[in-house]
Design a binder for this molecule. Structure first.
Ligand code: URA
Length: 238
């Protein structure tokens, strides 16, 4: 048995919040009766109607996109900016798993599977996210050590990370650093560098766990296959 709003959200019909609104407004019927109580439990045998339409389960889909710069990672935008969901040709109601900034490029998963998205984003999940950051200034060993042992972002220490100096350009006064983190705080990479006195001028997410975007050009995407999904589930259970 699962909560009605979760079942509606997982079907891809609406977000959890929108589903709650629909229930509260009396638009949802379960087995022929209007249900307005949030948290009502239903099973797969129950017939759910929304505005008179039967709720059918949308097939679950999973995509890996090489996000280009200039797209936001939400499904809609008040400022009419382009969104990442526009790049994927599907009728499924997909949304991005986690966020990448407007100017960040690279690996992004999109799905209509709420449980999968929650699992991937859960702080305890063991999913490495590998970023390549170009920063202003020359990164030294002491900075790498600070990034790895944790820095304070908004008063909270970041978890242990892996950092590697890939190269630096003395003339240009820039460095390229590979940073591997598990967490997904808002603007985490930029804030981690800011905490040690560096500005990120370019950021790419190269990899989420074993899913890299080397074979995908900017804006290209592919389906994540069943074997990869199973591996991701395994990883998060570790
Ligand atoms: N960290 C950031 O600062 N920005 C991103 O887009 C992703 C991680």
């Amino acid at each position: 048995m699962e909560r009605l709003q979760k079942v509606i959200a997982n079907s891809g019909y609406a977000s959890r919040r929108k589903a709650e609104e629909l229930i509260a407004k009396g638009k949802v019927m379960v087995n022929g009766e209007v249900v307005t109580e949030l948290g009502t439990k239903v099973s797969s045998k129950d017939e759910i109607l929304i505005d008179g339409n039967i709720l059918t389960k949308e097939e679950k889909v999973y995509f890996l996109l090489n996000k280009p710069r200039g797209y936001i990672t939400t499904t809609k935008d008040d400022k009419q900016r382009k969104t990442v969901v526009e790049l994927i040709d599907t009728d499924a109601r997909i949304y991005p798993v986690g966020r990448l900034d407007y100017d960040t490029t690279g690996a992004l998963i999109l799905t209509n599977d709420g449980d999968f998205a929650n699992m991937m984003m859960h702080p305890s999940s063991n999913v490495d996210k590998v970023y390549i950051a170009k920063v202003k200034g020359i990164i030294k060993g002491e900075h790498i050590r600070k990034l790895e042992s944790g820095v304070y972002i908004d008063g909270v220490k970041t978890a242990k990370a892996k950092a590697k100096l890939k190269k630096f350009d003395k003339k240009e006064q820039t460095s390229i650093v590979e940073l591997t983190i598990h967490e997904g705080k808002n603007h985490q990479v930029k804030k981690m560098f800011e905490a040690i006195g560096f500005e990120v001028i370019k950021l790419k997410r190269e990899r989420i766990a074993f899913l890299d975007v080397y074979d995908l050009k900017s804006k290209e995407y592919r389906k994540i296959n069943k074997k990869e999904l199973a591996q991701l589930y395994l990883l998060t259970k570790k």
